[in-house]
Design a protein around this ligand. Sequence first.
Ligand code: 3BY
Ligand code: FES
Ligand code: FE
Length: 409
Amino acid sequence: MSRYEKIGALLNQDRPGYTLPQQLYVGQEAFEFDTQVLLKSVWLYACTVAHVKQPGDFHLFEMGNNSIIIVRGRDGEVRAFHNSCRHRGARICATQSGSAARLMCPYHMWTYGLDGRLLAARDMPEGFDKGEFGLIPVAVENIGGLIFLCLSDNPPPIDRVKADIAGQIAIYDLEHCKVAVQEELVEDANWKLVMENNRECYHCDGNHPELLACLGSEGFGKGLPEDGATETARIDAERAEWKRLGIYHDLIEFPEGWWHRVARLPLANGAVSQTMDGKVASRKLLGPFTEPNTSSLSVWTQPNSWHHFCCDHIVTFSLTPLAPAKTLLRTSWLVHEDAVEGVDYDPANLTAVWRATNRQDSDLCAINHQGIAGDGYRQGPYSIEEKLVDYFKRFYTGNARKALDSEPA
Ligand code: 3BY
Ligand code: FES
Ligand code: FE
């Protein structure tokens, strides 16, 4: 019998079109199942190539008890390794990001190359073969500059995601961007609630004045013609312009069995960036843009990321669970590598909309978690504007069942 028998029983209480049973959100067993089993069986978004811009730059991604080092090699390749020394197992990198010529364990100074090979270990007995003690690699995929990891020895296919996302974000040229600001927010809610919250704008009207002023709520269950929108004339006109610029692609929405959504959407109120005043936050425009553009390209992936590509900056979100009611949201704002802080962009202005939005969402997720934890909670029905929440829930339950089936008895 699986040690996660209870999870199987909870999954059986899933109702189509309704939220999950209480214990899948708030229970300790569900947290353990999510971090030990489910989230190891799928690809997770960690960071961008800009987070490890130069050879030797590293960025840590934490998931449950695992810490993964994402590091740029001398050959320019981005690799990932478990942050655990092959000597007696100590954590090697202690800071969330940094730069090093080699990865040296602080405990007894075993030293690894940026490609994970063990280079130096003092006073080992004769016959000790350094070749057998390289860092343990983690599966990594660079999708147009977005770095995804999979903690399984047998990662699921990723080719369709790769083709759909890389093709569209290539124009933003992430290799020539830099991280202007990275911010961490610990939310008092289960990670699945943070994800559900991101997948709808049903809550936007009353809660997100800054976001609605520039991003609008189109494309979150009611705005696109595909979603039965009434305001199609403006979107059609915008699309004609995107086609002229060669940046138009049809909406890609979680194709059967896959886990990504890619949409170019019109910004609201004539905004050309996701900023408080709707103006560009960085004067150095990205990729092909020679003048500000009134759209942004958004990418959402199951189960832990979303990204908005504006003509002047990119904002990217990576989420990881810390405890049943604690979730780390890492938000990064990227600008062109040549943009100079204080001259071409002001970090406070660059980050203002999403900083405010993240705080608002964090409060909403916290009250959501608190309410679910009480005895009065009943599984509740999703509105038609919450179609993408339902997609997330189905991704979760589908992959949870799959992972349970392959768990050793
Ligand atoms: O970031 C997102 O993808 C969306 C926008 C609206 C709700 N949610 C925050
Ligand atoms: Fe890393 Fe000993 S544990 S050198
Ligand atoms: Fe929100």
